[in-house]
Design a protein around this ligand. Structure first.
Ligand code: C2E
Ligand code: CA
Ligand code: CA
Ligand code: CA
Length: 279
């Protein structure tokens, strides 16, 4: 997927070594960013390891700041969580991802599942379910093409509450993945009660997969756990052939990472799907 290169924005703003005042200013700007339409979504393809098909794409937010340029989520999501701004921002992400996915389908491209990250604060909102319903209704997207990614550590903060919310989402027909799996210490007995479709092996176990025996042990354990619980397993952060060889050998279902594609614009996904279709 070399020609996708054009869409890879690499010019992130340098670290803000933010003083209290700078932080305050940035917070003010974050508050205005939604109204000024400064957010954008990139999408990273997810690939079936057996067929090689792209079946899904994860929506990843970027803040296109007027003077600082494109800002990565790690630089503003924590602040958005602290201030509660993550709730309207997350709502925008949900609506935009559903709208875009429907637009790809309306353009005649092969249907994809769009995966949306849900933050802790957003997940705990009382009206999360109705916000999800709104996003589906407004976009006209069939619920089977929406998946939510919830981190393992978020679930573990309050398992009972999380399972109740996930059950409601599941009864709507929304699929759920557990993101950053392996970092959040879920017990096996808890895991089997989670109404989820998929585990995402955290990047930190994939980075040195070719050489680190501990990471190999964790990755293969997660894959066989997934098989036993009838959950699909995806590896994130896959960059090398060696990592893919290990994942294939251990029967991992799916992968996502720079090896196949970095996150790209909506247009980049359309081109990729068009080519896959034989266009
Ligand atoms: P995440 O959900 O674990 O997303 C995966 C991150 O890994 C993305 O970083 C992606 O660009 C990066 N990545 C994917 N493949 C590779 C690879 O092969 N190598 C390396 N080194 N990195 C890879 P990104 O886009 O900077 O997002 C970082 C985090 O910000 C996400 O981690 C997620 O926690 C959060 N985030 C992103 N978008 C949203 C959003 O719309 N809502 C919320 N609540 N959080 C978001
Ligand atoms: Ca994710
Ligand atoms: Ca992740
Ligand atoms: Ca992560």
């Amino acid at each position: 997927a070399k020609e996708l290169g054009r869409d890879n924005f690499q010019f992130y703003a340098p670290e803000f070594n933010a003083t209290a005042q700078e932080k305050f200013l940035l917070q003010e700007e974050l508050r205005n960013a939604l109204a000024r339409a400064e957010f954008t979504l990139l999408y990273q393809p997810q690939v079936d390891l057996r067929s090689g098909n792209v079946f899904a794409a994860e929506a990843l937010i970027r803040w296109n700041h007027p003077s600082l340029g494109l800002i990565a989520p790690m630089k503003f999501i924590p602040m958005a969580e602290e201030t509660g701004l993550i709730v309207p921002i997350g709502d925008w992400v949900l609506h935009e991802a559903c709208r875009q996915n429907k637009a790809w389908q309306d353009a005649g491209l092969p249907p994809l599942v769009v995966c949306v990250n849900v933050s802790a604060r957003q997940f705990k909102e009382k009206n999360l379910i109705s916000r999800v319903v709104d996003a589906l209704t407004n976009s006209g997207l069939d619920v089977k093409y929406l998946e939510l990614e919830v981190t393992e550590s978020l679930i573990m903060q309050n398992v009972e509450m999380a399972v109740a919310t996930m059950n409601q989402l599941q009864s709507l027909g929304v699929q759920i993945s557990i993101d950053d799996f392996g970092t959040g210490y879920s017990s096996l007995s808890a895991l089997k009660t989670f109404p989820v479709a998929r585990l995402k092996i955290d990047k930190s176990f994939i980075n040195d997969l070719a050489t680190d025996e501990n990471d190999q042990a964790v990755a293969s354990a997660v894959i066989s756990l997934g098989q036993k619980l009838n959950l699909r397993v995806i590896a994130e952060g896959v960059e090398t052939d060696d990592q893919i060889a290990f994942l294939r050998k251990n029967n991992c279902d799916e992968m996502q990472g720079y090896h196949f594609s970095k996150p790209v614009s909506a247009h980049g996904i359309a081109r990729l799907l068009y080519k896959e279709q034989g266009g």
